[in-house]
Ligand binder design. Sequence first.
Ligand SMILES: Nc1ncnc2c1ncn2[C@@H]1O[C@H](COP(=O)(O)OP(=O)(O)OP(=O)(O)O)[C@@H](O)[C@H]1O
Length: 296
Amino acid sequence: MSYLLEISDLNVTFETRFRTVPAVRNVSLAVGQGESVALVGASGSGKTVLGRSVLGLVDEPGVVRGSILFDGRQVVGRTEEELREIRGVGVAMVFQDALDGLNPVYSVGSQLSEVLTVRLGHSRAEAKERAIELMRQVGIREPESRFNNFPHQFSGGMRQRICIALAVGMRPKLLIADEPTTALDVTVQAGILRLIKTLQRETGMGLIFITHDLAVAREVSERMAVMYNGQIVEEGATEEIFSRPQHPYTRALLLAHPARAKSWRDLEPIPDEFVTDEPSSDNQTVSAPAPTASIG
Ligand SMILES: Nc1ncnc2c1ncn2[C@@H]1O[C@H](COP(=O)(O)OP(=O)(O)OP(=O)(O)O)[C@@H](O)[C@H]1O
């Protein structure tokens, strides 16, 4: 069987003056057409770096070794120009923070239209029509009248919807969503998850959904890969992992998961050996990504 995405023996290492961080270690993962895979794990386990590797977006001083085949084309070791060409084949990414990715000085409609004219070669009139349709598709009411609004005139949840519209508007074969709902409140979160699933069903795109939240993973994925300390320690059908977790870290994660416990007294702390000693401030060394980047 040929996969849409085939990652084999991937290693990503950050070598700084003070230390070497092996962020992704010997990871192999395959995603089929139209399949949804959740990548779960604690903060610092390497989920984001793995997702960014697929788009050739690993920040300096990261070194990527191994193989990432997207639609049969090798991503690792490509120049920026070659990457742009590979990106044309169709991977889009939605990031956690929608604010940075939308340009504050352009209206939302013009940013959506720009993507459609530049990437898909639509005429201006076609792009406007399709941009309005996309805004409606992601649940923005009266999109015609909101077309000329600027990002600051939308709520956080709406901005994230617009980022999803930007990504999906490029008609990607694969969408990588990196904690797209973490910054949003719970009710908005549910709407965005439903939206991503609906768009996935409608467009038939593959989905990698990065999350530290097991309930979210269960909601969106058919298959789940659990990352711990840069490695995938368990992978399989989501329901199978929920009912029969094999790896001790997965079991610890599930036991610590509030939805499983009848009361807070049932919650088990994650054992010390599974708590990474990475200071969370390390993650701040990652330069803030644009909310949508694309191979597409
Ligand atoms: N540019 C960088 N320079 C140095 N180290 C980095 C860089 N980017 C990521 N790392 C390190 O790589 C490791 C994996 O980080 P990553 O952001 O992928 O984790 P994560 O599982 O996505 O965590 P979170 O859920 O908090 O986003 C961490 O130890 C992080 O500090």
